[in-house]
Design a protein around this ligand. Structure first.
Ligand code: AMP
Ligand code: MG
Length: 423
């Protein structure tokens, strides 16, 4: 984190400027460790993976049938073939086939030397007990058909996966196909989460007349666990400067990042920013977006010169999720070693007029659908207050209306961020 980024302070930043600033303030990725392939799903690969073998290892049959050495006189009217043996999956034939000879073969079995074409069983007829088979409709047989070439998926020595890749099930399968039983990934990030507010009560307790159940700790834990983070649940903080200061300062000794919700505006009970400035530095906190204000980003000092990034998210439950998705998520992914992540974005047509304001980015909760012609349409979930969490439940995307637009007319194109891995 460079100090210059901590001079942005008072100015209202655009969403893009905020993302740029946060990128420069992101600590380097965490350390790496080796894990078994079975426990690597969701982790981020820490090394380039080169293939030690050809995949597939051998040129092999893509179908059950015969492997044929293409005859010299491939007459179109009648293709009779000498079947001289068989190769089952897991075996290899040492001898080589002469033109016009074939062996019975099962899917995946290596082609013997000389063979170059596989004809499927359904196309074969026995000719008495002669050991010969007739290929029916020989005009439909192409030399080289139904054969998988050695190395056609991945060649030996080729880069199979890049460092910084988040491992999904297909990556595990691919690593297994190269023979890797263990792999080097970045270790899980530990993220400390607090809620704040004297009115905020843990679910399970009875609700006092002026109380509200703690929503944010649970939506945040869900988001974090889907990102593969270890969560340090630090409960609910009272609206009190001293206890916040002490709790935040202690949290950094275990955590790679600290995230709070609530208490960041300029109300009488908003102590997060003063607590942060007492034990670290406030970076940015004025972002032109809705929902999402107020949000504070900074860093907390710990022993030596080390610091830990801190996000003070807004209190309203929708604002918490939107700001997490837009700002916390990219930083966490970088710290996890992931390269080049951006939220997926598509263009849809607005099925109804959408309210917005020039000079800020509006994130509505939306429902997108495709029509019969393949066109995407999006409408809002209805009321858009930043406390209406049922709008997130009903939605399948965020509608992102850029800061240059005052409103979106029905039928106009608009950007959507479909809900994905986290939501
Ligand atoms: P604040 O910024 O602390 O004033 O919070 C803004 C609004 O969000 C208030 O209505 C709070 O009651 C509400 N809020 C704050 N924290 C939470 C939470 N953890 N769960 C649900 N609502 C919250
Ligand atoms: Mg509060």
């Amino acid at each position: 984190m460079t100090l210059s980024c901590f001079e942005l302070g008072e100015r209202m930043l655009s969403v893009d400027e905020t993302l740029e600033a946060l990128a420069t303030m992101t600590p380097p990725p965490v350390a790496t460790h080796r894990v078994s392939l079975a426990s690597a799903c969701g982790g981020v690969l820490a090394v380039e993976v080169m293939s030690p073998i050809d995949v597939p290892q051998n040129t092999n049959a893509a179908m059950d049938g015969i492997a044929l050495a293409w005859p010299d006189d491939a007459s179109a009217s009648d293709m009779l073939v000498d079947v001289v043996g068989e190769v089952l999956a897991g075996t290899r034939l040492a001898t080589s086939l002469a033109p016009g000879q074939a062996v019975r073969i099962t899917t995946g079995a290596p082609l013997p030397a000389g063979a170059d074409t596989v004809v499927m069983s359904e196309q074969l007829a026995d000719v008495g007990n002669s050991g010969r088979v007739r290929v029916e409709q020989p005009e439909r047989v192409r030399r080289g058909q139904n054969v998988r070439q050695a190395g056609e998926d991945i060649a030996r020595g080729q880069r199979a996966l890049s460092a910084g890749t988040r491992l999904r099930p297909q990556h595990l399968g691919l690593l297994a196909s190269l023979g890797y039983a263990e792999i080097e990934v970045f270790r899980p990030l530990r993220v400390a989460v607090f809620s704040t507010g004297d009115e905020v009560m843990a679910p399970g307790a009875s609700l006092p007349p002026a109380g509200i159940y703690d929503t944010n700790r649970f939506s945040l834990q869900g988001l974090l666990s889907r990102l593969g983070c270890e969560i340090i649940d630090l409960g609910i903080l009272h609206d009190d400067l001293e206890s916040m200061r002490v709790s935040l300062a202690a949290a950094v000794y275990e955590a790679d990042m600290v995230v709070t919700s609530g208490g960041v505006s300029v109300g009488q009970a908003d102590w997060v920013k003063p607590a942060l400035t007492a034990i670290g530095e406030l970076g940015l906190w004025r972002i032109a977006m809705r929902p999402g204000r107020p949000l504070a980003f900074g860093r907390i000092h710990k022993a030596g010169n080390a610091t830990v990034p801190f996000f003070g998210l807004p209190g309203n439950p929708v604002a918490v999720m939107v700001t997490f998705l837009q700002f916390v998520q990219p930083m966490l992914r970088r710290m996890q070693g992931e390269h080049g992540w951006r939220p997926p974005r598509f263009t849809a047509l607005a099925a109804e007029p959408l309210k917005s304001r020039e000079g800020r980015v509006d994130f509505h909760r939306g429902i997108y659908t495709g029509d019969d012609a393949g066109q995407l349409w999006v409408r809002t979930t209805g009321r858009q207050g930043s406390g209406i969490l049922s709008s997130m439940v009903a939605a399948n995307c965020l509608i992102e209306i850029g800061d240059g637009r005052a409103a979106v007319e029905a039928g106009a194109p608009v950007t959507i961020q479909p809900f994905g891995d986290l939501t």
